[in-house]
Unconditional design. Structure first.
Length: 500
């Protein structure tokens, strides 16, 4: 591309540099992607082989068509190659999507679904008599194996990053306040893999501050927007993150993108839209400018119907599998103390409508009357009342709270349509009365038995953190995210952290 051509399409150049996810000077990414490729291949080979053995055993079965018979061993080989190609087509190992968020899992699931959908169409068009049992085993087993392998690698990567390894060194370009806020977010989430090593402040001069304070330690300011390349050499950073880019302007961003392209350093731009997940963000070039389009939250339509179906099916299966445990718990509660087995508490649900939330009774029957005498010992955040060692808890109740088993009767609330398996925490009427305009958006979806608050700290969260997580869920919820939260909830409950 000539210099004239580069000047003619600056927006395209900027978009390419910002979105290609080049490896740059991060050799650990190559190694990590290589490991993902190996485990992907192993998961697919193992699943397809298992499907063939389950369906046909060791017999030399054939795939029958109008043309000629084919051995299922050959069919399995073709399926393995096609599956690996599908993962490449859907870019499931793209550097910018692996290790964080749900996009990696979404691409793996889409690649698998697209492949088997194509097989079904081809089989119908060419009248191939493909054994349904073979495909019925290969598809779910292979997809779940791929997702499990990705999850295990991600857990391993998170441990490495928490120990300070496998991270990207970041140079932030922005004002002192914006740079400090971005660095603070990276600091609070070490598993994101970003460590801020320096800051460049547009318009910075000798009289300005020499550093930015982040969690009690100083991050050096290394100059203004013109000193980015020199700052990269000093910090050996491999990512430049731009925040509040209006200080740079269009020409400044274009110039910065070209400079970073020459030194093979990634460029990321914070759009200034907080708590909005990737699926709602799309870049549309308009008049030569790459405009970020933010889709509306999806509260209606097919995704809502899918969520209702998932809730109904999941709650029904849960009650069917857990009824012996539920009966045992009810018996233990009755044997320890007099009173009802279930505790009915009014909560506020969808669109502000009240409902009675069901829980196993974990306290003495006069717990509500004794609360006034314990208010001064409150350890809860915001309007919540919580105590780590609440004297009103029964012995059985303490155990139920520890493992969150007291919440299992809420499956009935889910079947009634009052709650969801995953959603914001169900609030009290007294909490709702304190809501400001933005916090009231929590009521746009049904409250959940579990949610982001459950897998992110539970009772150890501050009020502000709890609200932020609930709002993030409301703005970005999806069926795949719900499944991820349910999966993470299992591990959180077994660890028993933050429950009291």
């Amino acid at each position: 591309m000539t210099a004239l051509e580069r000047i003619a399409v600056p927006a395209q150049v900027l978009d390419t540099v910002a979105s290609t996810g080049q490896v740059g000077r991060q050799p650990w990414i190559r190694d990590y992607l290589r490991r993902l490729a190996i485990t992907d291949a192993a998961a697919i080979v193992g699943s397809v082989t298992a499907a063939q053995l389950v369906r046909f055993g060791t017999d030399q079965a054939t795939l029958v068509s109008r043309l000629s018979p084919y051995s299922y061993t050959l069919v399995s080989g073709v399926l393995i190659v096609a599956w690996l190609v599908a993962l490449l087509i859907f870019r499931s190992r793209e550097p910018r999507c692996v290790g964080n968020g749900v996009e990696e899992y979404r691409r793996v699931a889409r690649a698998s679904a697209a492949l088997f959908g194509t097989i079904a169409i081809v089989g119908f068009l060419f009248k191939l008599d493909v054994a349904r049992g073979y495909l019925a085993v290969a598809f779910p087993l292979g997809t779940s194996s791929l997702l499990l392998a990705r999850w295990l690698w991600r857990k391993w990567l998170a441990r490495q990053r928490s120990a300070g390894r496998f991270t990207s060194s970041v140079l932030v370009v922005g004002s002192h306040q914006a740079a400090a806020e971005m660095a603070q977010m990276f600091e609070q989430t070490p598993t994101s893999g970003y460590q801020v090593s320096g800051v460049c402040v547009p318009g910075w001069g000798a009289a300005r501050r020499k550093s930015v304070n982040v969690d009690g330690h100083a991050v050096p300011v290394l100059g203004d927007e013109k000193a980015v390349i020199d700052a990269l050499r000093k910090t050996n950073a491999n990512v430049v993150a731009v925040t509040n880019s209006e200080h740079l302007g269009v020409s400044g961003m274009r110039s910065l993108a070209w400079q970073l392209e020459a030194v093979d350093v990634d460029l990321v731009v914070a759009p200034g839209v907080v708590d909005v997940a990737g699926p709602r963000l799309q870049i549309h070039p308009v008049a030569g400018l790459p405009l970020l389009h933010v889709d509306r939250p999806r509260y209606r339509g097919a995704v809502k119907i899918g969520k209702l179906a998932l809730d109904g099916l999941g709650a029904t299966i849960g009650l069917f599998l857990l009824w012996p445990l539920l009966l045992l718990i009810a018996l233990l509660i009755k044997l320890e103390s007099r009173g009802p087995v279930l505790y009915k508490a009014e909560r506020i649900g969808l669109n502000g409508d009240p409902f009675l939330m069901l829980k196993f009774r974990s306290m003495e029957t006069d717990a509500d009357k004794r609360r006034e005498r314990l208010v001064h010992l409150n350890e809860g955040a915001g309007p919540l009342f919580k105590m780590r060692t609440d004297p009103r808890l029964t012995r059985v109740g303490r155990w139920l709270r520890r493992w969150s088993i007291d919440e299992l009767p809420q499956l009935i609330n889910v079947i009634r349509g009052e709650m969801s398996l995953v959603g914001p925490r169900p609030p009290l009427q007294s909490e709702v009365a304190t809501y400001s305009g933005e916090v009231s958006r929590r009521l746009l979806v049904r409250p959940g038995i579990t949610g982001l608050w459950q897998v992110s700290g539970r009772s150890d969260l501050t009020w502000e953190e709890s609200v932020r997580l609930d709002l993030y869920y409301v703005e970005n919820w999806s069926l795949l995210q719900d499944l991820m939260i349910v999966w993470r909830t299992i591990g959180t409950v077994f660890k028993g952290r933050g429950a009291y």
